[in-house]
Design a protein around this ligand. Structure first.
Ligand SMILES: [Zn+2]
Length: 290
């Protein structure tokens, strides 16, 4: 059964990993012990472990529109070097089998859409075949925001050793070389009812992906909202946000825009069930209704 339906669009979720990679206080540098206590009391079980670590899912959304099969964000990928991220280094998960079980063969994917180009959202863009990184989805066009691509292309050219540069090298450049990358502006519309919206801060060219069909709305939010802690405290930026002040501004605006509207929110890392709505729960505080 599908995760959810948005009008004529069917949405499934394909999970690569669900784990607790970071301590809550480590991941949210501005989170006080009192704030964490409140989150532990108020958030549904399964979001914060007894060891006060944040539970995160790494998943792709599969969107079937009737015309196209679209994969939104592609998790971490297998066999990839991820310097400084031991937990994600040289992964070997059954993601492709899970995708097949969701009824998706690689050659059926028409589009891969990227909310942003961090390594944990582009990993399955490519796979290792005979020592080469090749596109996992041979018939797909990979939709990337031009501003985001150009930022990471610049980082790549400068030659630092960051995990993001490594991800760009093994998961983005092979797509570009295969001429499967399509660089688009921030308001790009893929087909009726599927369009991008700029939401910069977590990464320099971050976008969210809006969905609308038959009067029903949804939005794939990538990492603009990482964790339900940020619904309790919308101003809480993470250590993974490139520009924490801008991320705070865009996150808060996105939450207010969709709160109490009935729009489905499909975040990049919320653990199961990963499809819900934002509802007000007090002054400047919200909850995820599933
Ligand atoms: Zn992420």
């Amino acid at each position: 059964m599908a995760l959810t339906q948005i009008g004529d669009f069917t949405v499934d979720r394909v999970v690569e990993l669900e784990c607790a990679p970071f301590g809550a206080i480590e991941f949210f540098p501005d989170l006080t012990p009192e704030m964490l206590d409140r989150c532990k009391r108020e958030l549904p079980r399964g979001n914060i472990t007894d060891e006060e670590r944040v539970v995160m899912s790494f998943h792709s959304y599969v969107l079937r529109t009737g015309r196209h099969t679209i994969l939104i964000d592609t998790c971490c990928g297998n066999h990839k070097n991820r310097p400084g991220r031991e937990m994600f280094n040289q992964l070997n998960t059954p993601f492709m089998s899970t995708l097949a079980a969701a009824g998706v063969k690689p050659e059926q994917v028409d589009y891969v859409m990227c909310t942003h180009l961090h390594w944990d959202h582009v990993g399955w863009n490519t796979q290792l075949i005979d020592g080469q990184w090749v596109p996992t989805f041979p018939n797909a066009k990979y939709i990337m925001a031009r501003h985001e691509y150009e930022h990471w292309d610049g980082v790549y050219s400068r030659g630092d050793k960051s995990v993001h540069r490594t991800g760009f090298e093994d998961s983005i450049l092979p797509i570009k070389r295969a001429e499967q990358a399509v660089l688009v502006e921030d308001d790009f519309e893929l087909e009726k009812g599927i369009w991008l919206e700029s939401c910069r801060g977590h990464s320099p060219g971050n976008v969210v992906i809006n969905l609308e069909s038959k009067g029903t709305r949804g939005v794939v939010t990538g990492d603009v909202i990482h964790h339900q802690i940020q619904l309790t405290f919308p101003t809480m930026s993470t250590m993974a946000d490139a520009d924490r002040d801008l991320a705070r501004t865009t996150r808060t605006a996105l939450i207010h825009k969709h709160a109490d509207t009935g729009h489905l929110i499909l975040p990049g890392h919320f653990p199961t069930p990963s499809a819900g709505r934002i509802e007000s729960s007090g002054k400047d505080s919200f909850r995820y209704a599933t």
